[in-house]
Design a protein around this ligand. Sequence first.
Ligand code: ATP
Ligand code: MG
Length: 421
Amino acid sequence: MSKSIQAIRGMNDCLPQDTALWQFVEQTLRDTVSRYGYSEIRFPIVEMTELFKRSIGEVTDIVEKEMYTFTDRNGDSLTLRPEGTACCVRAGNEHGLLYNQEQRLWYTGPMFRHERPQKGRYRQFHQFGLEAFGIASADIDAEVIILSARFWQQLGLAPYVKLQLNSLGSNQARAEYREALVAYLEQHLELLDEDSRRRLYTNPLRVLDSKNPALAEVLAKAPQLSAYLDEESAEHFAQLQRRLSAAGIEFEINPRLVRGLDYYNKTVFEWVTTELGAQGTVCAGGRYDGLVEQLGGKPTPAVGFALGLERLVLLLQSLNLVPALPATADIYLMAVGEQAELAAIAVAERLRSELPAKRVILHCGGGNLKKQFKKADKSGADIALILGDEELARGEITLKWLRESHPQQTIELSKLTEQLA
Ligand code: ATP
Ligand code: MG
């Protein structure tokens, strides 16, 4: 026997027993965004490496150490997309969707990051994200957050996730804050870990985001970004908060929430849960007014978020909130005898044409009735139909209820559709 080949570490198969739950989650999200007037956009899984360097930022975890980058046969440096926003902006610019327009867009699909695989953190994972372009005011920030809150309601997760908010202010305000933060951290160099020291001059805001408990105290006393907010950003943030309150959405302001990507300004937010251990952020986003221009477009305000589908699925499973999902079939049709087997093909096709909502499995592989009934039971179907040569000759078929205790019926073949409708 040859050695079997296994999947790449951190890249998961989704098996049939789980796909129904995934489809339920994806369908719920799709239905929700369409109720807010968002349209789907699809873009490639591979892009020029430069796209991510220029948008996410050179000194971020993603670009520094997480990207799957390779040289293709033309010698171009390509990268498996680690996130969707940069791709969405690239596509929007390329096709003239963004300039002077409003766009409400969503996307979903696999993303790739070379991280240490663990529960809720994988190397291929799936995001569902949305981006709203062309609106600078806080009402659209509120809309995307209100929309995300509806996701949790629809999925039954509302009691288990909390919203954290912050404002990063303008680039100017952030630059001033950055100086103050660096000055403060320089005074406490001995308390910083290696990662933080390395980031001190390249991406000091990210130090605030450190999960190292040893840094908690020094970071708690660090100067706060809110003290440096420019007036416009402060007003924008206040307007957002008023709108969220008007919509009945609770939030907590987390002054240390900075996000790991460079393109954000003003609003940033995360929905977090305490039910998933360290991987508690299920959804994260914010405003990125500079990115469209940074990627070669005309200045265009934008706001969006992405959520991790694996984390949502895990959350539903760990809270025992998986809804009762449909079995694979409604009707299992079996036949015994050569003539009956031939006729059953036409019966099954007729049912599929006339009753499109019913899922019909036609037994394959022969065998006696006992064996066929076993398969019928396993299929989850409620109804078994049994066709034998003698019944066929009489123009009849037998109907048996597999889950309920109704008596077995003999039905005229010509009236089968009406009986099953
Ligand atoms: P984290 O702090 O957990 O690393 P992040 O800030 O890197 O998250 P984003 O880039 O904002 O994450 O991605 C949005 C969402 O995508 C996250 O909130 C999370 O739910 C999900 N996500 C990100 N990275 C992974 C991963 N490696 N595996 C599974 N889900 C992920
Ligand atoms: Mg990350």
